[in-house]
Design a protein around this ligand. Structure first.
Ligand SMILES: Nc1ncnc2c1ncn2[C@@H]1O[C@H](COP(=O)(O)OP(=O)(O)O)[C@@H](O)[C@H]1O
Ligand SMILES: [Mg+2]
Length: 392
């Protein structure tokens, strides 16, 4: 198998995740799902594997790849996209979303050479169109239907920026309403910026409800070590790289990047550009090189920049101080010690705010909480990168 960091893999190249995929399908028998993890952890590829192993009796929309919502900027665009995805399924059995088409025709839409053109009328009654689409779909077949929506929070963030926060919230609200109305309707949302960031902003703007509290939230972990090792081995072999001890080298690759598949592809890719022989020392040298790379090939600055993009200004210094201090600590740190460290850098007595920011950092995958309640960076690689970036 050849390296392909960041590319779209064939199903057979998606290593591991099988147990998880089975578990997620089990969840979907009963509830909708939010799959969350850091960028590049492999969410989209988990969805692809799920969509390649749909249990009999379930229908997925779209039918092969999840719908990527990243480029959608308005509620109306989302509704049009969903209408088209639903109709693609219906048209395969010579059916169509009749009630919705009638409504759209009344608003000025029309079928032109086999393609239904959406009305130009603004503003479009998008909620009505969305409800109608789902009703048409659910009436036309008996199976449970699962919509796969990738990068939902990015779309909501776009809508909040481009339209307003209320509209973003209304999209989530109506989707929840539809889940409650149609027993057989399921949704899968994924995203790397947490929905909570978009939502907490909305909460500040006066909404109190949580429109995903009926869904199961599952955090996608790195690969299991066995699978990470297997991926590294397959890539080394696929790139014809030799080593005195291939097993040791593959193990080193897997652990030095915390078993994150994207980075495993990257490290083997780098080994290949340097020659055809690998050692654990070369792996370490490559990882260090990428962490200090002025061109930031691994986009590690994103972890620092994200704080400014998504965190409210008053939370930012606290978040930075928490991360700075944890990046310098070897083990896990209890909250009272962490709060003391923060207070030694920032003049604050606001324990509640500090606790709230810690929770945000947990939900944004920066941190993890040990069983004893103490905190640490979730990934050692990000911790190392944080120290490098912050000159610590
Ligand atoms: N299970 C896997 N096996 C092998 N490579 C993977 C796997 N999951 C992800 N990758 C690699 O990591 C990259 C990023 O995965 P992706 O699913 O796009 O992450 P996310 O959606 O979480 O940002 C892929 O392009 C691929 O190179
Ligand atoms: Mg993705």
């Amino acid at each position: 198998m050849k390296t392909n960091p960041g590319g779209q893999l064939e199903i057979g190249e998606i290593i591991g995740r099988d147990k998880l995929v089975r578990r997620l399908w089990k969840v979907l028998e009963k509830r909708s799902l939010v799959l969350t993890a850091e960028r590049r952890m492999g969410k989209t590829h988990v969805l692809k594997k799920m969509m390649a192993t749909v249990p009999g009796g379930m229908l997925v929309i779209p039918d092969q790849l999840p719908r990527d919502l990243e480029s959608i900027h308005t509620a109306a665009e989302f509704v049009e996209r969903t209408f088209r995805d639903a109709e693609t399924y219906l048209s395969r059995s010579n059916r169509y979303a009749k009630k919705t088409r009638d409504l759209l025709s009344k608003l000025g839409g029309a079928e032109i050479s086999g393609v239904f053109k959406f009305p130009d009328q603004q503003p479009l009654p998008w909620k009505e169109i969305l409800s109608g689409t789902i009703e048409d779909l659910m009436e036309n077949q008996k199976k449970p239907v699962v919509f796969f929506w990738d990068e939902m929070p990015l779309m909501l963030f776009n809508i909040a920026q481009n339209q307003d926060k209320q509209t973003a919230m209304q999209v989530l609200d109506i989707l929840r309403y539809l889940r409650q109305t149609h027993q057989n309707l399921r949704m899968v949302y994924t995203g790397s910026i947490g929905l909570h960031l978009v939502l907490s902003d909305l909460k500040l703007a006066g909404h109190a409800n949580d429109p995903t509290n009926d869904m199961a939230t599952v955090e996608l972990p790195p690969l299991e070590h066995r699978d990470a090792y297997e991926l590294a081995t397959m890539l080394l072999n696929g790139e014809n790289i030799t080593a005195d001890n291939l097993e040791e080298t593959a193990n080193e690759i897997a652990s030095s990047v915390d078993r994150v598949p994207f980075y495993i592809h990257h490290v083997v890719d780098q080994i290949e550009t340097r020659g055809d022989f690998a050692t654990p020392e070369l792996v370490e040298e490559i990882v260090l090189g990428l962490l200090t790379d002025p061109h930031d090939t691994w986009h590690m600055r994103y972890y620092r920049e994200r704080i400014d993009t998504y965190y409210p200004p008053q939370d930012r210094p606290i978040a930075l101080s928490i991360l700075d201090n944890l990046s310098k600590s070897d083990g896990v740190v209890p909250f009272h010690d962490l709060f003391d460290l923060v207070k030694s850098q920032i003049s604050t007595e606001d324990r509640e705010t500090c606790l709230r920011v810690v929770t945000l950092l947990l939900r944004d995958h920066y941190l993890t909480q040990a069983k004893n309640g103490h905190y640490a960076f979730r990934l050692n690689l990000i911790k190392r990168s944080w120290r490098v970036q912050r000159g610590l």
